[in-house]
Design a protein around this ligand. Structure first.
Ligand code: NZQ
Ligand code: ZN
Length: 389
């Protein structure tokens, strides 16, 4: 394994009823002004908003609503949130939602106390945070990004057409409340897309050096098998508590830095999806589903041992009478069949893209991952995008 330093400062309360049980107590260490941040209407429809508002009212908190955080949150929305925190002397941000709400709030927590331009100092390039961001707590309502237990925040700058993520440990939420029952109202397509995002995070980590025997890859294989078992169950029966809880914790495990320890990590498929998102505002997990199989067919020869391991250990593909290439290829085919089975798009056209002429610009604006098994370039990214169309 490569050398590493590990830290994760987020305290997690997980399970049925955890919000009712722990939220009031968690908020006691902070001041009275709570900014309640959320996305569209889902938390009003499923009753989560009312449940949380009741707890805050009972604690005598002064609640400032920050609503309308969109999927693929924009820098403009971040600045709107920062303005609200300053106008209302907010003491803590409580983010209720998925990756978009949590990420937006992490960026707000920095912008709320920083005098400069957070985009140019912390997203366009990576920076050093030498101050304490405004405290942030999160209540997770959809499994996928794992944003609840890391400092990562993916923000879209609409004017510059750049969607980019940075992971600053100081942006880790102070606490994360995770009740799997809160995710039961997530629609089938978002359940599938969030579930595929989990799988993608694990694969992007697994398919990278080191290839030596290592515990991070062993944990990754167990996590991938769990997602592959539980995701179809949650899609079929949204109220299955076991499936929902396994997915929720797999999402956290995939992105709480544990499986990345000692690994190079790739995230080339994410880099491509982020720029697709910047140009088309596509759904994150759906974009990843289109990109992954094609990307892997491009690079598998350079990481053949790991692709064979993936086919045999994760998909139970037999090696009998086959060479390594054939086994590796069958593993990628099994992944593609799974994407079809859970109802995600297979091509960019199914994502709603109607104009192929923007693909060169998207490819040109993508970062090339140094962690990829393949020797990637802007040209090979364009080739992949064309095949995905
Ligand atoms: O906006 P509302 O009405 O709440 O509806 C949301 C939204 O439309 C809905 N939803 C959430 N909880 C629900 C629910 N609907 C019904 N019942 C519930 N309980 O789900 C939709 C999608 O929400 P969103 O937060 O956008 O999804 P996700 O968690 O997939 O987050 C995607 C964003 O996170 C970034 C992505 O790029 C994208 O911007 N990522 C963040 C990462 C991180 N911080 O570590 C890593 C990821 O790789 C990813 O890039
Ligand atoms: Zn992702």
């Amino acid at each position: 394994m490569n050398n590493f330093i590990y830290e994760n400062s987020t305290k997690v309360c997980f399970g049925k009823g955890c919000v009712k049980e722990f939220l009031a107590c968690k908020l006691k260490s902070y001041g009275n002004n709570v900014m309640l941040a959320y996305g569209g209407n889902s938390i009003k429809k499923n009753g989560i908003y009312d449940e949380i508002k009741k707890i805050l009212d009972a604690e005598g908190k002064n609640v400032i609503d920050f609503s309308g955080i969109m999927p693929n949150p924009t820098y403009k929305k971040v600045m709107e949130g920062a303005k609200l925190t300053k106008e209302n002397n907010v003491d803590i941000i409580l983010a209720i939602g998925g990756g978009s709400v949590m990420d937006c709030c992490k960026a707000v927590s920095l912008a709320a106390v920083y005098d400069g331009d957070i985009w140019s100092d912390y997203w366009e390039k990576s920076g050093v945070i030498y101050f304490e961001p405004l405290p942030l707590g999160v209540v997770v309502t959809v499994a996928g990004t794992g944003s609840e237990c890391n400092g990562g925040a993916v923000i879209t700058n609409e004017e510059k057409k750049i969607k980019t993520g940075r992971d600053y440990p100081k942006c880790n939420p102070r606490f994360a409340l995770m009740d799997p029952e809160y995710t039961m109202s997530v629609p089938k397509l978002q359940t599938a897309s969030g579930g595929f995002d989990i799988l993608s995070h694990i694969m992007e980590t697994y398919f990278s050096l080191t290839d030596d025997d290592n515990v991070s890859d062993d944990i990754s294989e167990a996590l991938m098998k769990s997602v592959i078992r539980n995701l179809p169950v949650a899609i079929e029966n949204p109220n299955d508590y076991t499936a929902r809880s396994n997915l929720m914790w797999s999402a956290t495990m995939a992105e709480n830095r544990i499986i990345k320890l000692g690994k190079a990590c790739d995230f080339q498929a994410h880099q491509i999806e982020h720029q697709l998102g910047a140009y088309t505002d596509c759904n994150h997990g759906c974009g990843l589903a289109v990109i992954h199989p094609t990307y892997y067919r491009h690079i598998y020869k350079d990481g053949i041992c790991k692709f064979v391991k993936f086919a045999t250990n994760v998909w139970n593909i037999s090696t009998e009478g086959k060479n390594s290439d054939e086994v590796a290829f069958e593993g990628i085919q099994a992944l593609e069949d799974f994407i079809k089975q859970i109802g995600l798009p297979m091509k960019l056209r199914e994502l709603g893209m109607t104009d192929k002429s923007i693909l060169p610009e998207i490819a040109e604006s993508c970062n090339v991952s140094p962690g990829s098994y393949g020797k990637m370039s802007k040209e090979s990214i364009l080739e992949i995008l064309n095949e995905c169309y």
